[in-house]
Design a protein around this ligand. Structure first.
Ligand code: AMP
Length: 134
């Protein structure tokens, strides 16, 4: 059975899309630590542990995440974009990209932001438009 993230990547479940390539997809985390918290996934590889990916998919995912991080940095006020990989919840490899003002912004235990649909849309649009310039 397809994972929730495969369904998102193929448009069967809605998401706030940030960027897409033939093999990879980036969208806003629905429970963000900060505005601009983004997830990056392979569209068609459901391996649930990043270090079990084949090298080609792993390197492609990292290169795609790098480009998305550049777009996030341009769109969201932050000092840098932090990276984390957990995969404790969803069994489909995903990289968290989190715009940071301080190290406290990357804390999975803290209360998540509640954003309106309109705000999610605005953030996704602004990251996507930066991505399209790259
Ligand atoms: P983890 O597997 O521990 O890296 O956590 C999974 C992440 O996916 C969490 O930060 C969730 O908020 C996020 N998430 C789960 N379902 C969705 C969804 N439908 N859309 C966007 N983000 C999601």
């Amino acid at each position: 059975m397809a994972t929730i993230f495969t369904k998102i990547a193929h448009g069967e479940i809605p998401s706030y899309k940030v960027a897409e390539s033939e093999e990879f997809y980036a969208f806003l985390d629905i429970n963000p630590m900060v505005e601009g918290h983004t997830l990056v996934i392979p569209k068609n590889v459901e391996n649930d542990y990043i270090f079990n990916l084949d090298d080609r998919t792993y390197l492609g995912l990292c290169a795609f995440a790098k480009k998305v991080a550049v777009a996030i940095k341009a769109a969201v006020p932050c000092k840098r974009v932090g990276v984390a990989v957990l995969g404790m919840e969803v069994p489909h490899t995903h990289i968290h990209l989190v715009p940071l003002q301080s190290e406290q912004d990357l804390d999975f235990r803290k209360e998540k932001l509640q954003l309106s649909q309109e705000r999610f849309r605005q953030i996704a649009d602004s990251i996507r438009s930066e991505y399209e310039k790259l």
